[in-house]
Design a protein around this ligand. Structure first.
Ligand SMILES: Nc1ncnc2c1ncn2[C@@H]1O[C@H](COP(=O)(O)OP(=O)(O)OP(=O)(O)O)[C@@H](O)[C@H]1O
Ligand SMILES: [Mg+2]
Length: 170
């Protein structure tokens, strides 16, 4: 509800509404190695603000058919933003998630995305793992609730991969 209210408030602003988040983050940016902004699954003003405030975008993609369509729309949107508000916006990486190796469609979507986006796709794949859905109901992150679960281990591997990709920064 807070984010819904924020979207309305942004709509009512007369100027710089797309730049609000960037302007707010600017003075504190240097205090952090990473700032993660979790976006809604829609292309409203909140997402636009996030993409304009960001240096790069990490895109989680479910290994399902409609996710492919969403991905190509997102790529088009990123190009538009690069052509306008944020020329240096980069694609950090594409993360295959909800992967089920027993389902042919899941394997096929993962293969297709790797074939098209190649090195932009993380080696780490997040499997469909009920532990990841359960842990919030215990009020705990998966790394505390079930550190050895396959889904948790995959997220730890992802964190290492992201850090390695960014090692030149440190
Ligand atoms: N790898 C996974 N295996 C099983 N369940 C998962 C997995 N990843 C996420 N889930 C479950 O799916 C649901 C949605 O996950 P999540 O909130 O991460 O998605 P989202 O795309 O960010 O959703 P929203 O659009 O609401 O922000 C949650 O119930 C979560 O626990
Ligand atoms: Mg979410």
């Amino acid at each position: 509800m807070d984010l819904f209210a924020a979207e309305i408030e942004l709509l009512e602003k007369s100027e710089d509404r797309e730049l609000t988040l960037r302007n707010l983050l600017y003075p504190i940016k240097s205090e952090f190695r990473f700032i993660f902004i979790d976006c809604p699954p829609s292309f409203g003003l909140l997402t636009l603000n996030s993409l304009i405030a960001s240096e790069s975008v990490l895109v989680p993609v479910q290994c399902e058919y409609f996710a492919m369509e969403g991905l190509s729309l997102l790529i088009k949107l990123l190009w538009r933003i690069r052509g306008g508000f944020n020329e240096t916006l980069d694609m950090e990486g594409i993360l295959l998630t909800m992967f089920n190796r027993h389902i042919a469609l899941s394997r096929q979507v993962a293969d297709d995305i790797r074939r098209i986006f190649r090195s932009k796709v993380y080696d780490t794949v997040i499997p469909r793992n009920i532990i990841l859905a359960e842990s919030p109901s215990y009020g705990k992150p998966a790394v505390i609730y079930a550190p050895n679960a396959p889904g948790t281990q995959a997220y730890i591997a992802l964190a290492k991969e992201v850090l390695n990709d960014n090692s030149l920064l440190f």
